[in-house]
Design a protein around this ligand. Sequence first.
Ligand code: SAM
Length: 355
Amino acid sequence: MIEIWKRSELDRLSRAHGLRYSKALGQNFLTDRNVLEKISEAAGLSPDDHVIEIGPGFGALTVFLSQAAGRVTAVEIDGRLLPALREATAGLPNVEIVNEDFLKFDLPGAISQGAEGDEAIHGGTTSDGQCRCARKGKGTGKGKGYKVAGNLPYNITTPIIAKLYERPRQGQSASVDGAREGYGDTADCEQQECSSSVDGARRELDAAPEAPCPPDLAVLMVQKEVAERLVSPPGKKTYGAISVLVQYYAEAEILFPVSREVFVPKPGVDSAVIRLRPRDLSGDCTETAARMFRLVRAGFDMRRKTLRNSLARAGFPEEALLAALDSVGIDPGRRAETLNPREFYALAAALPRTR
Ligand code: SAM
């Protein structure tokens, strides 16, 4: 095995392939074998697992993942790295390299591939945007589902997490735009429509947008400050819209910190490895969740203001707003930063639909 995590080996490969590292692509390569092993171990891999790796770079983590998982799909945007990546992973038959932007990568296609007869892996979406695999109890059977691992390019941490967890609304495909800012008020539905009949769900299945199933587990290296925001409880300065997004969809935990000293080139920040496990949201309405994020954005845009003020200023009719807050027992004098994701969801469900 090429010892790809060694600085001398990175230097050799860079020289041999005439590479210059790209800051814009967040290229800071890990050179600590111990950290790489810990990331792979944290994913709890077995030969039944299919892992999607985001940004394999030279393949340092890929090699460890491939030793423990049945299959690794490594998605790397930078084609210049591919010859080196192929060299590092030569002789690892369970590694597939895909030269693509992960944000545009066909995740449902990749996780369905090679899973014929395993319909629970990805069956499209139901009328309310839930992925069918979730409804079928994904993750309970051998060889089903998938995991995600990666030392992320830090500038796209939020869209990557949104792509993995966010469910698209009706008439909207899961997209980078949706992930970044698609929390508008279109295509709403009534709460009761969200528990619509299986027949209704089946009828609309073909027309529904492709929503990837969330991974069974994701182990991701992110900037330390971002990791702290992702797991932050309400009421702290670190709690923001991204905390609500992540904690609504997943249980998030910080596993361990990683010093900037173990990267080449050395970044200006320290890192941390986080683990995300999806929550069971089968009782929730996708459309309500989408409306909820409009509330979240409005609330955190003016985080020092009370909910009553920030949401009214964002265009929510005051009378309806006060009635909704009252019906779910939330004091209108509270600030957005004190609400947990379930409170945001309850408020979104209580508010009347708007166009
Ligand atoms: N996994 C390697 C390691 O730990 O040494 C490299 C990690 S480096 C922080 C991030 C990697 O993600 C780089 O190889 C970069 O080219 C790649 N990358 C950046 N943007 C990407 C994108 N949108 N899709 C896929 N890969 C991307």
